[in-house]
Design a protein around this ligand. Structure first.
Ligand code: GCO
Length: 487
């Protein structure tokens, strides 16, 4: 029973991030960011890859915008490189005019092509100049709240006449947990106790909690600035892009497993979204992390962050079975205290695994995630800001083989129809969906061999682009009708 139609203005788009596509890392006045630094540490990135050239989007953006236009893409999610605009992190230490010019040109090119830009301010590329200052630097310091506000304020002032869709932070959970908990992404911090925890034992991992707190405050303050100084005149919207790995109970009739599912969702997405909706951390966390590591918001902070969103956005890729366990430090967990454990790898697979080993293909997971968010947060406006897949074996395929990516088409067909069901059947207010990614790019610690693109990038031949079959499918699907579910 269909209860409503997909809105005719549903935003179908494609997503990217600055460090993953731009390149031109040392050109035209760009300052370094922590990913430039992290890539230099031997052994951090597959094949020793880095973002120095990436897709060379910095030089090829016009061609890419024209490609999107030809493919009927109407919404493009990109991120600004903070250190390309402010090489030393803050406006008082200098604005890079060439960086401003680059984003002005890009935005103007997009608008002229009829494509709406959705801009992420922070997709993990903290300026090194801020990060490396031990007194005030890194997201471990509250000073970053003001630094980020300064940068955001600058962006609203300079680009806000044309950019009407702002995303403050991308996947702060990943930045926090992988960057400061397990040490797999920049800045590569690993609380020593947490490292021990992976092998079992107690847990005193404090840094992720501090970093998260500062990220949430930074978001809240930037939104406050936007609302007080720009929103009314510019008429845009602002929010965050979180992420949620959808959990299913290993044993549906076991109450403890069902509770573990909710707890895990709260520890991942809820860690960031509860504060901006309710002004506090999730009850599930507060009742478990009782050793003082979980900060509390002062009443002033709480008032600032509460309600600091016009939509709830999240990225969704994978799903996993979990079960409750009383052993801390399960295989998968945002905190050992969640006492959850993964079973998908031990003969209880949830679906085919992508080239990326963490990604289990399970289309109903995105619908489950949408409904979890809808129920917990009072039926907000929802955007899916990323969803996509790497094709098994693709790292070793020839160009010709890689272009015929039926696995990716099946992935998108399944996930997108689940998203549409969440609107037309479950009656959730999802307003847009962005495929990750426009093109193959620097897949963080996996380097360039893992490919998430709708477009193939030939890194050996001047980053030449080739449209994959999945892009043709996505293009036809999204432009064929305003309500594809009825086809
Ligand atoms: C993000 C993601 C992307 C990845 C994608 C595939 O946080 O936005 O990490 O940058 O490339 O999720 O792993």
């Amino acid at each position: 029973s269909l209860t409503r139609d997909l809105p005719t203005d549903f935003a179908w788009g494609v997503a990217t991030a600055a460090y993953q596509i731009e390149g031109a890392a040392a050109l035209d006045g760009r300052g370094a960011c922590i990913w430039d630094d992290y890539c230099k540490i031997p052994g951090t990135i597959n094949n020793g890859d880095n973002g120095d050239v990436a897709d060379d989007f910095y030089h090829k953006y016009q061609e890419d915008v024209q490609m999107m236009k030809r493919m009927g893409i109407k919404h493009f999610r990109l991120s600004f490189s903070w250190s390309r605009l402010l090489p030393n992190g803050t406006t008082d230490k200098g604005i890079n005019g060439l960086g401003v010019q680059f984003y002005n040109n890009l935005i103007n090119e997009l608008l002229a092509a009829g494509i709406t830009p959705w801009v992420t301010l922070f997709h993990w590329d903290t300026p090194s100049a801020l990060h490396n200052k031990t007194d005030t630097g890194s997201w471990l310091s509250k000073d970053m709240v003001d630094h980020f506000d300064n940068y955001a304020d600058f962006c609203f002032a300079v680009f806000g006449d044309r950019v009407k869709h702002w995303i403050t932070l991308n996947e702060p959970w990943t930045y926090t947990w992988v960057g400061y908990g397990v040490g797999g992404f920049a800045p590569g911090r690993c609380s020593s106790q947490r490292c021990k925890d992976i092998g079992g034992g107690g847990n005193t991992a404090t840094e992720p909690y501090i970093v998260t707190h500062n990220l949430i405050l930074a978001h809240g303050k930037a939104v406050q600035t936007y609302r007080q100084r720009y929103q009314q005149a510019q008429g845009g919207v602002i929010g965050m892009a979180n992420n949620i790995d959808f959990m299913l109970p290993f044993n549906t009739s076991n109450e403890d497993d069902v509770d573990a599912v909710n707890r895990q969702h709260a520890f991942q997405l809820g860690w960031y979204v509860d504060p901006i909706v309710f002004g506090r951390y999730p009850e599930e966390m507060a009742s478990i992390v009782t050793d003082g590591r979980l900060p509390t918001f002062t009443s002033e902070e709480s008032a600032m962050v509460k309600g600091s969103y016009d939509f709830i956005g999240f990225n969704q890729y994978t799903s996993t079975y979990i079960m409750n366990t009383d052993k801390p430090g399960g295989d998968w967990s945002s905190d050992p205290h969640t006492a959850t454990s993964v079973y998908n790898a031990t003969g209880h697979k949830i679906g085919p695994t992508a080239e990326s080993p963490w990604l289990n293909v399970y289309p109903q997971g995105i619908r489950g995630a949408i409904n979890w968010v809808n129920d917990r947060y009072n039926e907000p406006i929802i955007y899916i800001f990323e969803n996509g897949v790497s094709v098994p074996g693709e790292t070793k395929m020839s160009l010709e083989e890689a272009l015929h990516d039926n696995f990716r088409i099946d992935f998108y067909r399944g996930y997108i129809s689940a998203v549409i069901d969440s609107v037309v059947i479950d009656d959730v207010d999802v307003r847009g969906y962005f495929a990750w990614s426009l093109m193959d790019n620097f897949e963080w610690a996996d380097g360039y061999s893992t490919r998430f693109g709708l477009t193939y990038v030939d890194y050996k031949n001047d980053q030449k682009r080739y449209i994959k079959d999945s892009f043709v499918w996505y293009s036809q699907f999204t432009s064929s009708t305003s309500n594809p579910s009825r086809k």
